[in-house]
Design a protein around this ligand. Structure first.
Ligand code: DND
Ligand code: ATP
Ligand code: MG
Length: 273
């Protein structure tokens, strides 16, 4: 497994035309939603870079689709766990996107109920890290509840700079129906947001999964021990230090199960890692 194999698996381009990339991906989601006869899209908006980009694309897509057929809609979800420390950014994202509809559900009671059931039944505390993944899975459940109620498709924000390290919760934010940002790295997402005139504070802010109670707003870079500059350089085929290269290849191999469908007796990929 080498740098070029990973770039090829994740289909990353060394450079993009931001307008063209945005247009192509938006056309893809329009054509898919029409083809499968769904009514539009649902996506959680955190106030972070990835959901702002994809939320904008979803809203633009349904507005264009409505010129031919008025039934399409985009529902944005605000899913704080109690109070969100960067609520202002979420508001900015919503102002920028102007979703057809924005629904807020506080996931804290559901997460607390799940943690309590776990702790009572197993007679042990749930680790804060595991509770973080529970939050991501609770958000996924809300997405699917809303999708089912309105005949929508669940959008997922996974992209190459997260996929490479498996930096998402399996069956949490990793679970979705379409991944329109597939193949983009973090700086390419930023470039697209810049050309869309998004608020700079959103694409310049420090990326965070913000899942741990004990470390609110923990930056992805600190959690990973790698910078997005390093990850993006690697994905664009540039030279990175041997240490960074080895770390990324190790992350990629150990998280392969997160990029595959559940492993069956017919699968052999795991023997080749
Ligand atoms: N080799 C293998 N083959 C098949 N399945 C395997 C496996 N190894 C673990 N597993 C399964 O996978 C589970 C571990 O995966 P998972 O539950 O995802 O947990 P894990 O990968 O340990 O943690 C998720 C990471 O993603 C980060 N994250 C999550 C959500 C959003 C964002 C963000 O950027 O916004 C970041 C989060 O901060 C954390 O660092 C294990 O409990 C086990 O069930
Ligand atoms: N508080 C939240 N409210 C609604 N959706 C959320 C919330 N937190 C996370 N999500 C959903 O989970 C996805 C994964 O989070 P992630 O942190 O990777 O993306 P982001 O916050 O949009 O961007 P960044 O990676 O730059 O922080 C988000 O794109 C969003 O759809
Ligand atoms: Mg985030």
């Amino acid at each position: 497994m080498q740098q070029e194999d990973i770039i090829s698996d994740l289909e990353v381009q060394p450079a993009i035309n931001p307008d063209e990339e945005y247009r192509r991906r938006k056309e893809f989601i329009k054509s898919y939603v029409k083809n499968v006869k769904a009514n539009g899209f649902v996506l959680g908006l955190s106030g972070g870079q990835d959901s702002t980009l994809l939320g904008k694309m979803a809203q633009d897509a349904v507005e264009e689709l409505r010129r031919e057929d008025p039934h399409y809609q985009f529902i944005a979800l605000r899913l704080p766990h109690g109070e969100q420390y960067d609520e202002d950014d979420a508001k900015k994202a919503i102002d920028f996107i102007q979703p057809d509809r924005t629904v807020t559900i506080n996931i804290k009671p559901a997460v607390e109920a799940a943690v309590q059931s776990f702790e009572r039944a197993l007679d042990q505390d749930m680790r804060d890290f595991d509770k973080g993944n529970n939050k991501a899975r609770e958000r996924m459940k809300v997405h699917y509840d809303v999708a089912a109620a309105y005949g929508l498709l669940v959008l997922g924000t996974d992209h190459a700079a997260e996929a490479i390290t498996g930096f998402f919760t399996k069956h949490g934010d990793g679970a979705c129906d379409i991944v329109p940002l597939f193949g983009l790295n973090k700086r390419q997402g930023k470039e697209i947001l810049r050309t869309l005139d998004a608020p700079p504070s959103i694409f310049e802010k420090t990326p965070t999964a913000d899942l741990e109670d004990d470390r609110p707003g923990l930056s992805d870079e600190e959690a990973l021990g790698l910078t997005y500059e390093q990850i993006d350089d690697f994905l664009e085929g540039k030279n990175v230090s041997a240490e960074v290269e080895q770390k990324l290849i190790r992350y990629y191999k150990t998280t392969e199960h997160k990029r595959q469908t559940p492993v069956s007796p017919q699968d052999h990929w795991w023997k080749k890692l």
